[in-house]
Design a binder for this molecule. Sequence first.
Ligand SMILES: *Cc1c(COP(=O)(O)O)cnc(C)c1O
Length: 416
Amino acid sequence: MERAQRLMPGGVNSPVRAFRAVGGHPLFIARALGARVFDADDNAYLDYIGSWGPAILGHAHPRVVQSVAETAAKGLSFGAPTEGEVRFAEAVMERYPSIQMLRCVSSGTEATMSALRVARGFTGRDVIVKFDGAYHGHSDSLLVKAGSGAATFGNPDSAGVPASIVENTVTVGYNDNAALNDLFAREGARIAAVIVEPVAGNMGLVPPQPQFLETILELCARHGALSIFDEVMTGCRVARGGAQGLFGMTPDLTCLGKIVGGGLPLAVYGGRADVMQRIAPLGPVYQAGTLSGNPIAVNAGLATLAELDNGSYQRLEELGSRLQTGLERALRETGTPGVVQRVGSMLTLFFHRGPVRSWLDAAASDTTRFGAWHRGLVTRGIYWPPSQFEAAFISLAHTEQDIDQTVEAALSALAE
Ligand SMILES: *Cc1c(COP(=O)(O)O)cnc(C)c1O
C-alpha cells in the first residue's frame, strides 16, 4: 500500500477502494473464485462487493472464463465490426424491449455521458435533471450531488467541473414527485432529459416509491423530454430485464454496464430507434471509441447473460431475503437502530431508523458506527462494501451456509 500510495492518488484507481470512509486498510486481492475473494496473504473473504456489481455469477465462472480464453486466442481487438457485437446486441434487446438500437462503450460513465449527449442532440435542449445522491459516472455534467464515492468524501460537487457546465444540470430529491412536477411546470420546455437510477444504489439502496418512476415517464412524455433509466447497476441485477422489466416500464433511453460485461470493460446505451439514429454516422451526434464493443468483452457479456434465466433471479431473491431477515434479527438482538433496505440481490444496512427514501435521509445515517461495524466484518472474513452509501451484492455462487455465516459475523460485529 505504501508503494501504491506513492504511485497513484490514495494508492487506488477508483476512490472508494481506498477504504477511507471506514478506516482500516484496503485488501490487495490476488484471486477470486465463486463467492470468495482471496487477499495477497491468501486469506479468504466472503465477497459482497462483487467487483461493485458485475460478479452476479460469482467470480471466475468457468463458462465465462472459457469464453474469454477462446476469444482472446483469436485476437484481442480489431477496431472493426464483429459478429460477437451483433449477437450481444440481440441478446440485450431480447431482454430489454425498450432498446430498439444500441451502442457499446467501455464504461458506465461513457454510457450515461453519451445518452445525455444524444438526448440533447435529439431535443435541441440543454437542461438535464438528475436526483440528489444518484451517481451516473464521473462526467462533468453529472458530477453534481452524486452520492456514492463523492458523497463519502463529503465533496459531492467535484473541483475541476466548470460552473458553466453544471449550470444546465438541475437536481431534485429522489422520490420527490412534487418537486419534479414543480420543476417541469416552470422549466419543462428547456428540459432535454431526466436521468434516474430506477432503484438507487449509490446512496445505499433506496427503492423508488410508488408513482415516482411513472411520474418521470409521464412528465417527460408530456413535455417532450427524454427519460433515461441508468440501469448500469440494476440492469440484469434486479431482474433479467432490469428494473424496467421488474416494474413494467418503458423509458426512452437505457444505460447498462457492470453485469453486461461479465467483469470486462463494457457498457451500453440504447433505446428508441428515432433517437439513436441521431448518432454518427447516421446523424449529427458524435460518439466513438477505439475499444468499444471489444470482442473479449462482448463475448464475456454474452456468456454471462446466457447463465441468467428467471430461475436465477428467484434464487437471488431467496438468498437476499435470507440475508435481510438475518441482518434485521442481528439489529434487533443487539438493540442497534438500523434498517435493511433491499431489492432482490442488492441491499444496504443503514445505521438509520429508516425508512431511507432520499439522499437527505441516507446522509443522516451514523457513518462512524458503520465504519466500526465494517471493520468488525472484515476481521470476521466478510468483504462488505466500505461505505454506508454503497449497496452490497449477492451472487449466484453464494449459498445458504454463506449467508448464515455472514449473519453470524454481522451479529457478533454489532454486539462488539
Ligand atoms: C457504476 C455506475 C455508473 C458508472 O459506471 P462506470 O463503469 O464505473 O463508469 C453509472 N451509473 C450507475 C448507476 C452506476 O452504478
